[in-house]
Structures are given as C-alpha cells and as structure tokens.
Design a protein around this ligand. Sequence first.
Ligand SMILES: [Zn+2]
Ligand SMILES: [Zn+2]
Length: 214
Amino acid sequence: MLSKICPACGKDDFSLPFVGAFCRDCFVSRSPLYVLPSVSLQYCPCCGKFRLSGEWKDASFLKGFLQQRIKSDYELKDVAVVFDIHRKDVIFSVKLKLDVHGTIVEANDKARFVLDKRSCASCSRQAGGYHEAVLQLRGPKDLVALKAESIERKLKGLTFIAKVVKQKNGLDLLVGDKRILAQFLHGSGYVFSNKLVGRRDGRNLYRATFCLRL
Ligand SMILES: [Zn+2]
Ligand SMILES: [Zn+2]
C-alpha cells in the first residue's frame, strides 16, 4: 500500500496519523480545532461566589461553566479541567481529546478569566444592614442563646443574619430573606405579624416579624 506523504512537512503516515491530506501535527497547526472562552467573571470577594449565567454560584460550578463554553467543530471525546483562583484572575488548565475526522487529537491549553470584583446582591444588602424579617426569640435566656446559635448555623449559606439585638425577654435576629426564614420555621409554631415600619413613595412599608416562644 502506498503511504501518504504530508505536503507540509514531508512525514509519512507510518510515523504519525493523518487527517485528510496532512499529518496530524500539520493539520492541527494549520487550523484551530477549538476555541477556549476568555471572559471576565463577576466575583464577590465577601462570600467567594461567581456570577455565572446571571446567578451567583460557588466555585464548584466553574468547571461546568467553562466546559460548556469550549467551541469546536469536532466531537469532544474528553475534557478535563482544573482551575486556580488568583487575586486577579482564574486560570483554567484544560486537557482535551477531540475526534478530528476519525483521528484522536489531544491538546493541553490554558484559559484565563479576569475577575471583576463586586459584592453579590446578598452581601451588599448585608453590608447595608438591610433585612426583610425579624425573628423574635423569647423565653429563658440559656434556651434563647442556644436556639439563636443553632438558627444562625442552619441559615448560613441560605440567607444572612444582619444583626442580633438583645431585648429584655430574649433576642431579635434581623434576617435577610423572609421567605427562607418562613420555610425554615415551618411547623415550629411561630406567630407571624407584619409590622408597619414607615412609608416610602406613598406606600406603607412592612417588616415581617416572626415570634417564637421557647
Ligand atoms: Zn506534516
Ligand atoms: Zn457575596
């Protein structure tokens, strides 16, 4: 059988596989097989979350985010991604296996995403002392303190506690998200009320208040 000779480098197909008329190396160097994305990523330094497709998510979602954005006309047989988060950017190291007209081509590459640092919605509200709900814990002092601690632990990552205020007969927890608090307290026997806290633009402003007796 006649062997193929690469018109670019003169190697034959005994020494390496061919893609069409060219040897694999020359084919790869003549036409890009894939394009890695290069974007800037919004990153919240307070909580370490990234804004990915419009939502604030933690770093574990970065891999999938990059993988979905690799563009290629060829079939990606395998993609392995590792990444490092630095002060100014995230560097992705990418290992690819592509099926290029029946020949498997491997590539190692790097992609750099510049970090655009800004507070996420939740952190900026928290910094502003904003809160939607007040959870009033009432009862014996020790019990209230224990309960406050456990609630703070359990709500972590779901919403935030802007402040804990001491009261004569217990503690007030100022909580970021009233829906999350309501879900969390479901079935606990709390008493709910909407408190009028002021007016803005001609409308009454209410604050959700949940009272829990221990
Ligand atoms: Zn060649
Ligand atoms: Zn944040």
